[in-house]
Design a protein around this ligand. Structure first.
Ligand code: NDP
Ligand code: 2IT
Length: 453
């Protein structure tokens, strides 16, 4: 890291203590930008990066609600409006017990670069609450979502800020949130994406992040004249992103052998086929059960309970060629990266946001493997949200084929942009630099045009 980047990081740490995930995300970008800022001194002079790391606005609010037993609960809600240089704020909402300001700031920061890469006009934002939907009834989730929207509605809108899902926020929650927004505003607008298909949603949005991560892996493999057929893949998570990653892997002839949740992971050497995937979807999306049930149901599959005393995650310690981390941040540490490389993994496509630590990323880059960072590899979700916004504005709906083609072409374009940018800035094959620099340049140029605001 050059002096400029290390001074900047020191300032970020001093000014935003207790936000380690935000520091990590900024460090990764600042390291990549060292290459670009030397060639574009105007961005340094105009303090573009210093402005990007400061959210345009942060809203933090009380979310009081009543559980089924009548007890009053108080959660904390947030919306980080990070950057609107190239379009309205856009990004998901996360409901998880670990949610805090630093985690949402890292997610909003990454979103700015990711959205810039999609080719669509979307700024970056993120929000959520420290609410844990696990074990809550549908009625409780509805009351929580309504209470959350009772404050959020003042700060969002189809031309201002368009939230969507993330961990703990799927079709059910989007429905409850949208319903309350519509009631409060007395307007039917595309204020959220991930909506139901009969009320403004887009086909392929549920599938988009997982499909996109697989398309991105396929594009990376094509640079070596290879494809996904017959490859073995390790997938983590078992939610939205993991499910559709597995589905697209099956379609392309690859074999996914793992899935996980916060209780542990399953390993199925024979591979997760369509029937088994349908079981997972019903288990996770309807019954909201635990992934251990997979091993009860399918002989030959083994469940391993999470062991927090370990310094590594055994999920990443199986023979494979590909890895699709699709659960959460920092789920691949340095030890895990070493295990992956030792087991033959040479394609990592990040479905989750920042699933690899900086140590892990450095090992992947040093080993020269195909490493697709989340900002690029998982951009298919928000890109298809952008397509949902476009359809809402035009008051029409495209077919599955139309949306999937657009998603595929966007992923190919993102790949090509990252590839070419990495080459242009002297680090061929380094998609981390490619994604960070290309995303930054688009936003930075827009900020220069718009003056000091
Ligand atoms: P879901 O809530 O649908 O699924 C999350 C999965 O990850 C669940 O299996 C969950 O387990 C597991 N998980 C979550 N937190 C932890 C944790 N701390 N430790 C272990 N397991 C955990 O979320 P998504 O699939 O939507 O999101 C997964 C990742 O993909 C996130 O990083 C998200 O930011 C990213 N992402 C999502 C996009 C989208 O369109 N949805 C777009 C781009 C990125 P359990 O069931 O036990 O909670
Ligand atoms: O991290 C992400 O890109 C998302 N959770 C999707 C955001 C969106 O607006 O679709």
């Amino acid at each position: 890291m050059d002096t400029y980047a290390s001074n900047l990081l020191a300032e970020v740490k001093a000014k935003n203590p207790a936000e380690p995930e935000f520091h990590q995300a900024v460090q990764e970008v600042a390291e990549s930008l060292t290459l670009a800022l030397d060639r574009h001194p105007e961005f340094r002079k105009n303090k573009i990066l210093e402005r990007i790391i400061e959210p345009e606005r942060v809203v933090m609010f009380r979310v009081p609600w009543q559980d089924d037993a009548g007890e009053i609960r108080v959660n904390r809600g947030y919306r980080i409006q990070m950057n609107s240089a190239i379009g309205p704020y856009k990004g998901g909402l996360r409901f998880h017990s670990t949610v805090n300001l630093g985690i949402l700031k890292f997610l909003a920061f990454e979103q700015v670069f990711k959205n810039a890469l999609t080719t669509l006009p979307m700024g970056g934002g993120k929000g959520g609450a420290d609410f844990d939907p696990h074990g809550r009834s549908d009625q409780e989730v509805m009351r929580f979502c309504q209470a959350f929207m009772c404050e959020l509605f003042r700060h969002v809108g189809p031309e201002t800020d368009v939230p969507a899902g993330d961990i703990g926020v799927g079709a059910r929650e989007i429905g409850f949130l949208f319903g309350m927004y519509k009631k409060l505003k007395n307007e039917f607008t595309g204020v959220m994406t991930g909506k139901g298909l009969t009320w403004g949603g887009s086909v392929i949005r549920p599938e988009a992040t997982g499909y996109g991560a697989v398309y991105f892996a396929d594009e990376m493999l094509k640079t070596r004249k290879e494809g996904l057929k017959d490859k073995v893949a390790l997938v983590s998570g078992s939610g939205n992103v993991a499910q559709y990653t597995v589905e697209k892997l099956i379609t392309l002839g690859a074999k996914a052998v793992t899935l996980s949740d916060s209780t542990g992971y399953i390993y199925d050497e024979e591979g997760i086929d369509r029937d088994k995937l349908n079981f997972v979807m019903e288990l996770k999306n309807v019954r909201r059960g635990r992934i251990s049930e997979y091993a009860d149901k399918f002989k030959g599959a083994v469940f391993t309970k999470i062991d927090k005393s370990l310094d590594h995650n055994p999920l990443w310690n199986h023979k494979a060629q590909c890895a699709f981390p699709s659960a959460t941040q920092n789920e691949i540490n340095g030890k895990d990266a070493a295990n992956l490389l030792r087991n033959g993994v040479y394609v990592v496509s990040e479905g989750a946001n920042m699933p690899s630590t900086i140590d892990a990323i450095n090992q992947f880059i040093d080993a020269g493997i195909l490493f697709g960072p989340g900002k690029a590899a998982n951009a298919g979700g928000v890109a298809t949200s952008g397509l949902e916004m476009a359809q809402n504005s035009m008051r029409i709906s495209w077919t599955r084929e139309e949306v999937d083609n657009r998603l595929y072409n966007i992923m190919r374009t993102i790949h090509a942009t990252c590839y070419r940018t990495a080459e242009k800035y002297g680090t061929p094959g380094n998609y981390v630099n490619g994604a960070n620099i290309a995303g930054f340049l688009k936003v930075a140029n827009a900020m220069m045009d718009q003056g000091i605001v």
